[in-house]
Design a protein around this ligand. Sequence first.
Ligand code: GLA
Length: 338
Amino acid sequence: MSISKRRFGFTKDGREVTCFTIDNGKLKAEILDYGVTIKNLFVPDKSGKPVDVVLGYDSIKEYEENDGYLGATIGRVGNRIAKGKFTLNGEDYTLAVNNGPNHLHGGLKGFDKAIWGSEERENSIIFSHLSPDGDEGYPGNLKVTVEVILEENGITLNYSAETDKDTLINLTNHSYFNLNGGGSVLNHTLKLNAEKFNVGDGDCLPTGEIASVFGTVMDFTKERSIGNGVDSDEPCVRLSRGYDSNFILNGEGPAAVLKSERSGIIMTVSTTEPGVQVYSANFLTPRRGKNGADYTYRHALCLETQHFPDSVHHKDWPTCVLKKGERFSSKTTYSFNV
Ligand code: GLA
């Protein structure tokens, strides 16, 4: 196991960005302190050759200039909050609106754009960030940490947070996975431990309806190719130009298994979160990625483990309220085998 670091570059406003490399001889991850971004994740394929299974860029300039949150940590609240408005303890709050009429992924300057503090451990790095009271409109000074652990066969993200005033929290990682290292992701197969999903509207905001996946292209209870369904007329898929929905996890066993026959790589996602946003990179506009790679839409699958979108407006769903004096913690592991 080795951990090393190097200067990755400087942001437009002159802040230094560091790239950490964690290597256990089998897996190798490169993590930026900018957004606690997973820049590379090398995993051996069926012939033992390392494949970089996440999309990313070679320079900090590209991370700053491009949209899509490639590899980044998302907060305070991942996914959408309707109209960027909510009421907590009788007080009304207004957040930045950055996705049609709604608030998405923490706002205009979410956790993905912060430079986090870092502390190296034996096989992990603990990243920490202080989001001040009023940040993007959210109440409370929020202390948040993400520990990135390189396991023997995977990577674990341990999230925790504390606040000095009741607030909202829903942390995730926005890695774009492609188990062939590039190209269309539609030939990958997916299995989800989910029998229900949140029905979304034209802005991908939950309508409140929770629907059964059975008999629809949302049914991934048995392993199925992503390509088979991505162009269907299922309203949630059609409105989002592909998969972009929260699936409600059954609670026992891994949340998701993604496979590529070509590389032989199998990724298993386990989480303490109640949901996972399955997003087939429908809005990934054509762009240049690492090592001159061409990325375009549907070139990756994001599996964003999370609380349900807009849960602040749905009393019966698992709450994303973090109370003063309580500690938020959540854990997601992506493990790999062939
Ligand atoms: C999430 C959203 C998508 C999109 C991506 C980032 O997956 O649900 O609609 O915003 O993030 O582009």
